[in-house]
Every structure is written in structure tokens, then in C-alpha cells.
Ligand binder design. Sequence first.
Ligand code: C2E
Ligand code: CA
Length: 421
Amino acid sequence: MITLLLDDEPFQLKLLEAQLRTLGVGNIIRHERARDALPLFDGDQHVVDLIFCDLQMPDMDGVEFVRHLARNHYSGDLILFSGENERILASVECLAQAHGLRVLGALKKPVSMERLKELIDLSLSSPESTPPAARGQSAYSLPVLESAYATEELEAAISGKQFVNHYQPRVEMATGRVIGAETLVRWEHPQDGLVMPDRFIPNLEYYGLIDDLTRIVLSDALEQTRVWRKLGWNLQISINMSTESLSAIRFADFVIGELGKVDIPGSSLLLEVPANIFEQDQRGLLDILTRLRLRQIGLSIHDFGIAEVSLAELQTIPVDELKVDRTLVRDARDDASLRLRVRNSLGTAKQLGVTAAAEGVETRADWDFLAASDCDIAQGYFIARPMPAADFPGWAAEWEAGQGRELDLAGPSDPESQTST
Ligand code: C2E
Ligand code: CA
């Protein structure tokens, strides 16, 4: 078995090689530049059986290299590794699988010996003779492949203002009142139509462009909030944040500046972040969060209940809301132990004295279960799908008139039903 290691950092290369040798892996080829490794994949007979590929390399990054492997019908195993966050690793993993490559897994640096051993064992037991297309266990097919928008196209979309915010209502369960809206961005792609965020956010994060999008989304959402406030609607607006954007040094200044421009109180803004925020360097983060807190800007953990977060961790940063993730609400429908988990998650919010919220509320039964579980705020297709700002007032008037829960939300009038997903 010949193993190829690709990483632009010589120290990381040496470290990984030493770890592999400890596990009994010999025949190792190392390259600091992906381009130098390309000749290994010329022609039909490839000598390499296993590749460890770093994602961020200056001459040719992991995504380009994966594409090259696919074009050359590489049939060995692939392990991706990176110092970047797990979401980016996961998105490149999906991309590689969509190309029909056999991805054994993704490793976060520094690489743990235990995980490394697991993957090596997997590689040794893999059926070499089976062609990758037959082995591919990918749940993803063409849509993910198409989702790999190139950096130039993403940059052009940002400068060409091709992104638009949709808004999904958030309702207070006790009263049924519409108290806020979550901002969900869509890309009005000139050829592909309305493109959903899961198809471009991971790429924007990967290419370091996510801050640019966050700024556009935030400014537009605050302007929209200003307009709604003028009409007498004091909605709290939620914005999705990548942890990287929140941690950016100048981010707090930017948010505070934007709020000032539209003259909106900080309490009208809620920033939604994933639970991986607890893995960040807490000192820098606390500085930013404290500044936001001083302006009453809220913070919500919007994938609550799926990742393990302890009460002690939750007390380290100023959180205002815990929102149970939609996948948990969905899976809890048919699983009593998961229903207990939802209840416990909502209970944790209560214990901390913060708002308990849930998303992915799709049915009357979901609503009733959450209402009985002490959930404060609900969001989901049962109430309404995300919609363009222009549709929001009409929808809200109907909802407040009491027809909301009887609406056929999956019907043809759904503004997002025509879109590509
Ligand atoms: P999220 O923050 O978990 O947002 C909720 C997602 O669930 C949205 O998907 C929404 O349309 C969908 N959803 C709402 N109610 C239901 C329901 O009842 N059932 C089901 N099955 N789904 C429901 P969407 O709009 O495709 O957004 C996907 C993800 O993209 C978001 O997940 C969020 O993480 C990310 N995202 C969206 N806008 C932005 C943004 O401006 N910046 C960043 N960084 N991420 C964003
Ligand atoms: Ca969210």
C-alpha cells in the first residue's frame, strides 16, 4: 500500500508521517504542493492507494485536488484533514463523495492517534477491487456536485448583489403572537434560479467570503426591520452567523454601527450561532459578546440539543436563547427517548433563565408537544415557510386574524415552492 500525504506545512507533514509510521504504515510519499503530486495520477494505473489531503494549500486547494482525482478516476481511499471547522470538512467530504470518490473520513488537526488508527484499519479492510461508483455510500448525488460554486462566481454574486433575504416568522406559543422573524438568505442565481443557503454557505465559509455575505444580510435585515417598525411592527430580527464572522475582530463595531444607522435598539436583534461557539478561544469571543451584550443584542444557540453542551459551558458566555434544532424536533416525532431529549433541552433553557425555542415545527402535533414542554417560541412550516419581505405583512395579518394554524402551508401559494432546493 502506498500512502500520499499532502500538506503545505512541513511540520504537519512530518508529524502525520511519524504518527502513521507508529501505526505500521510504510511506503509514504510526502508533498507540500498538490501540483507536484498530480503526475502520480496520470494514466490508468495509479500507484497510490490512500491519500491524506489537507484542505487549505496555497497552490491548489483541497477542492481543486479532489476534482483532479475525480477526473483521473482515482479509485483508492481518501482522508481529508484540516485545521478548519468541521462544517467545512463535512462539505468537502460531501463534494468528494458526490464525485464518486471513496472518502474514509475527515480529520481535524491536530490529528488524534485513535481516530487515525480507526481510519487506517478501515482503509486496510476496504475492497480494493470494487470500483468507487459501486462502493460509494454517498447519500448525495448531483445537487451536491452542482453546489460547488467556484470562488469567482461567489465573489461576483456578492459584488452583483444577487443575494436576497427571506424571513420566517417566530411565534410566541402562549399567545400565538408573531414576535420575530429569522432571516434566511437565498441566492438569486442568474441561471440556476433561487438557490438555497446549504448550497453556497459552506463554500463561502471555505473561501473566506462569509463575512462579506454576513454584512449584506445583516444590513438588509436591519433596513427591513426599520421599515416594519415604521409600520408599527416591533419584530425581533434573527440573523444566522458563522462562528468565524462572530469572532472577527471588527464584527462588534460593524453591528453596532449598522444598528446606529437605522436607529434600532439592540434588543431587536438576535444573532444565531451554532453550538461549536463553545470550542472557540473564549477570551477573544467574550470580549466581542460583552460589547454586543452592552447594547442588548441577543445571542441564540440555534442547533441546540444535537451537540453535547454542558450547563457549565453554557454559563461561560451570555446566551439569551436556546433553540432546539429542527432535526431533533423531526426525529422526536417517532422516538420517545428523543422527545425526552427535546424536553430536557427546553428545560435547560428554563434552568438558565433564557428563552426556550424550537424550529422545524411542521405539524399540529409538534406544536402541541412543544407547548406542553414549556417551549416559549416556535418556528416552522406549521406556522409559515420563509418568505420574501413583501409577503410578510399579508401573511401576518392572516395569522393574527386567527386563520394561521388552519392554513394549507404546503399549497401552491407557498412563495418558496417554485424554487430549486
Ligand atoms: P438554520 O439556521 O437551521 O435555519 C433553519 C432552516 O430550516 C432553514 O433552511 C429553514 O427554511 C428550514 N425550516 C424552517 N422551518 C422548517 C420546518 O418546519 N421543517 C423543515 N424541514 N425545515 C424548516 P434554509 O433556509 O435552507 O437554511 C439552511 C441553513 O443555511 C440555515 O439553517 C443556516 O444555518 C444557513 N443560513 C441561512 N441564511 C444564512 C446566513 O445569512 N448566514 C449564514 N452564515 N448562514 C445562513
Ligand atoms: Ca438559524
